[in-house]
Write a new protein. Structure first.
Lengths: 270, 285, 355
């Protein structure tokens, strides 16, 4: 009940102009996405919005293109492995981070989020040289390592946040009942942080699926991720097939947003 | 008890190895690379030299591109702030279902790839695209505007990419301002404008400053957007670096350019942090 | 220095009625307390006066002039909040001077007035501290100074002591009362603490579910409550169900209770024969020593030694229970049969009500 009005009554209510501005800004945020989804369903031959008629022909076309489908498959595979590996490593790291406090904890936190703080471009350039040096240049494994590195902080931050909500007294209570560390983790901690872990996996997957610059520099011989394939496609053919491919990517991220909303609520996630 | 703690610390080892081996070592490697002599067959040679730095820092061509990159990133960060502040304000006042919906609206673009979002702008700004059609329909212009492959579009698309990064910290800062600070200042006679200027704006600075820094750093090093929407005409540091690495295979020169970009970014961010230190210090509740 | 008239104020949120016809008045220079449990509408009333909420109906007037159409920032009232609401990014002096700066006072005038009010609330020397660097009690005094420096027509205080510990609460309470009386500012004070309300108010409005249950002086509220709710909320109380027999003079009634017949003061509207309850405050009861006029007899069922006093509960023959406080030096034992002496001039009869 309190705070029903934060602005003062009987002065002009928030102006019509401000409302209009807000609407325009949200339109600005959404317009590129809406346009892509719309354009992917066109029955015409060109990318246009609003679409001409309705058809699924460009999705058919997309799934008939080797280069794009291969890209999609590689992206899905790399993304899935990234999600699994990062989640496990990040959960372990979060447990370690919890045991550190004060200045040490701060440094650990900083180190764990480093890939997020240093521009992707620099990491990508460094990795290009390094992987070349250790013989992993232009391999899927090298690309995979790059994706794991870049997605790691997202999982780490989500899981750490979830872990922070678990009172440490639960650990002690469980130990006092005779549980081993592993039993405590399996039966007390993990179930409690599960939403955060799953959210971390989702973030890691989506981030990996969207990575561009690092994939460009580390791309394996003859292999393209979907964003790379899409970029090439856009440079040479500007056809609604691209809109169909992009729509698939948008749908994935909307599913991710919905899952996160269900799991922990977006407000807590960000 | 000590044993349990050591066990815990051990759990962090894989992550530390990951970060160290695949991040710290590579970046050190890049610094080393920038001192290598150019190679003839390989992308780099065996000996060390300062020639890339003297070349890069001595050539106004590179300075010009660096300046363009820094200025573009600066305007992107500022525009981003202008666009994001009203959204953050609106979001911070929402609760319940409305807030969930707005968060989804802001998070959906955030979780969609940069390439996809840039592609969206290509469709929107095409010669016969919806933007031109709308403007012609409204009678604002008579001929369609050529927007694609312009610096303006690069800026707009970058702003679009980074808006969520700015909205979220400002939203958090605004949510941390207790309602009754506003009420207190109103009861002392403050107008709507003075409440904003004296209370809301300074107290949201702890969201504004990190937002500006984050967006600036990300924008300086953004590659996809200028590459896709900037066309061949406009070169930025990231596009040039990638061209040196994957096109002409002059890895040492590319590294020197990357380091030049990093150093200047650190300088700008450091300067900005120092200039705004007082504002931050005050607002830190 | 202003008179305030609040008439029939109403406010609802969806299907929750926050204010259901609240009427209160303050004469010039009075401190009026709104007392009640959380959710009774006391803060809502204050927030309507401050202009933070718009009432759905009713009238609010200061010096006979309606303030309904005046926006909050032009009402010229001082507001003190429970959590102080100090601006965390301004120093103590800047906080206090903020309102003066809004009024475009000159720099030297601001300095003098801030200095004067700071010495008034004993904060001299803390000018350049940030709010987070001073104690809770000091913060509350800054909040008070910030409101007073503008010489407001009306001072609104919303549970100003709730976040302070008990020791400080007393000190700041007297400071508030002294300053309010010295400056003669009319004030509204919201609290859920009855002793606080009693101690500093000229008038108290006890609120219940969005209405004013009783609006009177502290003495009347305590000694002559109009209903059980008010009696309960204002302090320790014993209630005995009784039968009223007949009126015996203006505002007096003869009753039969616990085997005794008494003549007591009563709520004026009470009719003979109506079901009624007798209010006996613990301090108007005493254990009988020899030779006194015993009103009730009973058995001690509980006792607690509190140091400066002892507390005991006595079960009467007809099932009623009386709580009372005795001097500490004569031990009381559970199971003892005792007689109780009632100070009849402070017994009070009310219509029977729900709890």
């Amino acid at each position: 009940m309190s705070g029903a009005s934060t602005m003062f009554v009987q002065q002009r209510p928030v102006g019509l102009g401000f409302a209009l501005l807000i609407v325009l800004l949200y339109v600005f945020l959404l317009v590129p996405l809406v346009t892509i989804v719309g354009a992917s369903f066109t029955a015409g031959l060109m990318i246009e919005f609003p679409p001409r008629g309705f058809s699924l022909q460009w999705y058919r076309e997309f799934f008939g293109r080797r280069d794009l489908v291969d890209g999609l498959l590689l992206s899905l595979r790399v993304g899935a492995i990234t999600a699994i590996v990062t989640t496990i490593v990040a959960t372990m790291a979060a447990l370690c981070g919890q045991a550190l406090s004060g200045r040490k904890g701060g440094w650990f936190q900083l180190a764990m989020t480093l890939p997020l703080l240093v521009p992707e471009l620099l990491t990508a350039v460094g990795l290009l040289f390094f992987l070349f040096k250790i013989g992993l240049g232009k391999t899927v494994l090298g690309l995979q390592m790059g994706h794991i590195l870049m997605s790691f902080p997202y999982a780490y931050v989500s899981i750490t946040a979830a872990l922070r909500q678990v009172p440490s007294s639960l650990d002690e209570a469980s130990a006092s009942l005779g549980a081993t560390h592993w039993q405590t983790f399996r039966m007390v901690t993990l179930p409690l942080i599960m939403p955060g872990v799953v959210m971390g996996a989702i973030f890691a997957f989506i981030n990996s699926f969207d990575l561009y610059t690092i994939s460009l520099l580390l791309k394996p011989l003859g292999g393209n991720t979907l964003p790379l394939a899409l970029f090439d496609f856009l440079t040479y053919e500007f056809k609604p097939t691209a809109a169909a491919a992009a729509t698939i990517s948008i749908v994935l991220s909307v599913i991710g947003v919905a899952l996160v909303q269900r799991l922990v609520g977006l407000q807590r996630a960000f | 008890m000590i044993k349990a703690r050591h066990l815990r610390l051990l759990l962090g080892a894989p992550a530390v190895v990951l970060i160290f081996v695949f991040m710290i070592l590579p970046i050190t490697n890049m610094v080393e690379m920038s001192f290598r002599v150019p190679g003839t067959v390989e992308p780099f040679g065996d000996d060390y030299t300062l020639m890339h730095y003297t070349r890069v820092f001595g050539d106004s061509f590179y300075w010009g591109i660096l300046a363009r990159s820094l200025l573009t990133a600066g305007s992107v960060a500022l525009l981003c702030l202008i666009v994001s502040y009203p959204i953050a304000w609106h979001l911070s006042k929402a609760s319940g279902l409305k807030a969930a919906l707005l968060y989804a609206l802001i998070a959906s673009p955030l979780m969609t790839g940069v390439l996809v979002r840039n592609f969206g702008w290509m469709i929107v700004t095409a010669l016969n695209g919806p933007l031109n059609e709308t403007l012609i329909g409204l009678g604002i212009i008579s001929q369609p505007l050529r927007l694609l492959f312009t610096q303006g579009l690069v800026i707009v698309a970058l702003v679009h990419v980074f808006v969520p990064f700015m909205v979220l910290p400002i939203n958090n800062a605004l949510r941390n301002i207790p309602d009754n600070l506003v009420e207190a200042s109103v009861s002392m006679g403050a107008s709507r404008y003075r409440v904003f200027r004296d209370i809301i704006l300074p107290l949201s600075f702890p969201g504004i400053q990190p937002g500006l820094i984050l967006v600036y750093v990300l924008a300086v090093a953004a590659y996809v957007t200028p590459a896709l929407l900037g066309g061949q005409m406009v070169t930025y540091m990231p596009t040039m670096i990638i061209a040196e690495l994957t096109g002409t295979f002059r890895w040492p020169l590319g590294s020197a350019l990357a380091i030049m970009l990093s150093l200047s970014t650190i300088l700008v961010v450091g300067l900005f942090t120092m200039l705004t230190w007082r504002l931050m210090e005050r607002a830190r509740a | 220095m202003a008179t305030v008239d609040v008439k029939n104020l109403c406010k609802r949120y969806d299907d929750f009625v926050a204010l259901d016809g609240v009427s209160i008045a303050a004469r010039s220079g009075e401190l009026v307390t709104l007392l009640g449990p959380s959710g009774c509408g006391k803060s809502t009333t204050l927030r309507c006066l401050a202009g933070f909420l718009e009432p759905d109906g009713g009238e609010m007037a200061v010096d006979g002039q309606s303030i309904l159409a005046t926006p909050s920032n032009r009402r010229g009232f001082g507001v003190v909040f429970q959590n102080y609401a100090l601006f965390p990014h301004m120093t103590v002096a800047e906080n206090i001077g903020y309102g003066l700066r809004l009024r475009k006072c000159s720099g030297s005038e601001i300095t003098t007035r801030v200095h004067d009010v700071m010495s008034l609330v004993k904060l001299t020397g803390l000018e350049h501290r940030m709010p987070r660097e001073i104690s809770g009690g000091q913060q509350q005094r800054v909040a008070l100074a910030r409101a007073l420096v503008l010489k407001p027509k009306l001072l609104l205080l919303d549970e100003p002591l709730a976040n302070l510990d008990a020791r400080l609460r007393d000190e700041v309470r007297w400071l508030i009362r002294d300053l309010q009386q010295q400056s003669g500012i009319t004030a509204f004070y919201v609290t859920h603490d009855q002793s606080e309300a009693m101690a500093i108010s000229d008038m108290v409005a006890v609120m219940k579910k969005g209405r004013v249950a009783q609006f009177a002086t502290p003495r009347e509220i305590y000694q002559k409550p109009v209903e059980r709710y008010v009696a309960d909320f204002t302090g320790e109380a014993n209630f005995l169900s009784c039968r009223s027999l007949e009126a015996c003079g203006e505002g007096r009634m003869r009753i039969s209770v616990g085997g005794a017949e008494l003549d007591v003061d009563c709520v004026p509207s009470l009719e003979p024969g109506e079901a009624a309850e007798l209010l006996l405050r613990p301090e108007s009861l005493q254990l009988a020593t020899l030779g006194e006029d015993v009103t009730f007899r009973g058995r001690i069922v509980k006792s607690a030694f509190l140091g400066a006093s002892q507390h005991c509960e006595i079960a009467l023959a007809d099932g009623g229970v009386l709580k009372l406080t005795t001097a500490p030096n004569a031990p009381v034992r559970i199971g003892d049969e005792v007689g109780i002496v009632v100070d009849r001039s402070h017994a009070w009869l009310m219509p029977e009500g729900t709890k």
